[in-house]
Design a protein around this ligand. Structure first.
Ligand code: KG4
Ligand code: ZN
Length: 348
C-alpha cells in the first residue's frame, strides 16, 4: 500500500511516498529556514503563506522521485496537529483537495506520533539518505515493542510508552519550554541564528575550557522536564560582568540539556522494562544527545538518521499506515487539531 504523506505543521513543507508504512520511496522537504532567520523564529502568517506556495511543487516532486503516478497512490496522510493553526490548515485542505480529486481516502495524523514512526522507515528507491540509512545504535532490525519514546522537538518534549502500534501513553513531558525551544532561545541570547540547535552544537564543539556547570532540573522521580530555569541561568550569565565566551556557555548548556534528557529517558526505559528506547524529533539530530542516550540506555536504542529527525512527511505516511481505520472520505468534515490529537480520542 502506497501512502502520500503531507506535512506542514511548522516551517517545513514536506511530501513523501511510503510503501507499507516502512519503505520510503521519496522524501521531499522544502525548508523555510531562510525566511525565518531574519525574525529569529517562525512568524505563523509568513509560514502559512510559504506553505501555500510550496505545497503543489513539493507534492509533484515527491511523486516524481518515487516514480509514481497518482494511480499508484492508495491514500493521502496529512498532519492534523499539533502545530501552527494557519500552517496546518494549508496542508490539511491541500491534502483534502487532492484526495477529493483522486477519489482516495484521507488519513489525519498526529505529528508527534509521526516523529516516533520515523524509527520504522527504510530508505528505498530514490529516497537515499546521506551518510547511510542505519539508525544510530540500532541493530539493523525494526524497534521491538513495547518501547519508550523520547520525543524532543521545537514544540515538544515528551516521554511516551508505546505498547502497540498506534497506542501511546504519556508518562511525562515538559512543564515549560520544549528542549528545541530552549536551544532556539539560548541561541538567540548568544547571537546565533535560528534554528538554534545546529549552531549551538557547532560552537559548543569549539569550547576550549569545559568547566562551566549550568543547572539541571531533575524534578525528583518525575518523568517531567523543565528547561526555563536553565534558559534564565544562561540569560543571567550572558548579562553578567566577565561572562565566559559564547562557546563555553553553549557547551555547558548543551551538556545540561543532554544530561537530563538522556538520564531520564534511560531511567524510565529501565523502570518500565521496555524492549527498546526510541528517540525522535528535531533535537534527536543532536550528536551529543545521540551519544549519551546510547551510553546510558540498558535497552537497544533506535534513533532515525538525522534527516528523518527534523520535520518530514515520510514519518507522517508511516504513522498513517498504523491508523488505516481512521481513514475518512475527503468530503467529510475534518478539522485541524492545533493543540494535540493525543488529548482527544487517540491518546486518551
Ligand atoms: O521536529 P522539528 O523539526 O520541528 C518541530 O516539530 O518542532 O524540530 C525543530 C527543533 C528546533 O528547535 C531546532 O533547534 C532543533 O529541533 N534542532 C536541534 C538540532 N537540530 C535541530 N537541537 C539540537 N541539536 C541539533 N543538532
Ligand atoms: Zn516536528
Amino acid at each position: 500500500m502506497r501512502i502520500l504523506g503531507i506535512e506542514s505543521s511548522c516551517d517545513e513543507t514536506a511530501a513523501a511516498v511510503v510503501a507499507d508504512g516502512t519503505r520510503m520511496l521519496s522524501n521531499v522537504v522544502a525548508s523555510q529556514t531562510a525566511l525565518h532567520e531574519e525574525t529569529g523564529g517562525v512568524v505563523p502568517e509568513v509560514a502559512a503563506r510559504a506553505h501555500l506556495r510550496a505545497l503543489v511543487p513539493v507534492v509533484r516532486r515527491a511523486l516524481a522521485d518515487a516514480e509514481c503516478t497518482w494511480d499508484d497512490i492508495d491514500a493521502i496522510a496529512v498532519t492534523a496537529g499539533p502545530g501552527l493553526p494557519g500552517a496546518l490548515v494549508i496542508g490539511l485542505n491541500g491534502a483534502r483537495g487532492l484526495a477529493y480529486a483522486r477519489g482516495i481516502p484521507l488519513i489525519p495524523v498526529d505529528h508527534i506520533e509521526g516523529h516516533v514512526c520515523a524509527n520504522w522507515l527504510i530508505p528505498a528507491g530514490n529516497a537515499g539518505i546521506p551518510g547511510g540509512a542505519a539508525a544510530t545504535g540500532a541493530d539493523g532490525g525494526p524497534p521491538e515493542l513495547p518501547a519508550l519514546a523520547l520525543v524532543v522537538s521545537g514544540g515538544h518534549t515528551e516521554l511516551l510508552m508505546m505498547r502497540e502500534h498506534g497506542k501511546f501513553e504519556r508518562l511525562g513531558g515538559t512543564r515549560d519550554d520544549a528542549a528545541g525551544e530552549a536551544f532556539d532561545k539560548v541561541a538567540r541570547l548568544l547571537g546565533l541564528p535560528y534554528p538554534g540547535g545546529p549552531p549551538i552544537s557547532r560552537i559548543a564543539a569549539t569550547a576550549e575550557v569545559r568547566k562551566l556547570r549550568l543547572p539541571r532540573a531533575w524534578l525528583g522521580e518525575s518523568d517531567d522536564f523543565s528547561f526555563s530555569g536553565l534558559k534564565t541561568a544562561v540569560l543571567n550569565l550572558v548579562n553578567s560582568e566577565g561572562a565566559p565566551p559564547a562557546a563555553e556557555i553553549a557547551w555547558a548548556f548543551e551538556e545540561s540539556v543532554v544530561d537530563v534528557l538522556s538520564k531520564k529517558a534511560a531511567r524510565a526505559a529501565e523502570r518500565e522494562g521496555v524492549a527498546s528506547l526510541l528517540v525522535a524529533g528535531g533535537v534527536a539530530a543532536n550528536r551529543r544527545l545521540r551519544e549519551r542516550v546510547i551510553e546510558r540506555a540498558t535497552v537497544p536504542v533506535h534513533i532515525p538518521p538525522i534527516v528523518l529527525c527534523t520535520d518530514n512527511a515520510a514519518m507522517i505516511a508511516a504513522a498513517a499506515f498504523r491508523h488505516l481505520d481512521d481513514a475518512v472520505a475527503p468530503e467529510s468534515a475534518l478539522d485541524i487539531i492545533p493543540t494535540a490529537v493525543r488529548r482527544g480520542r487517540r491518546w486518551a
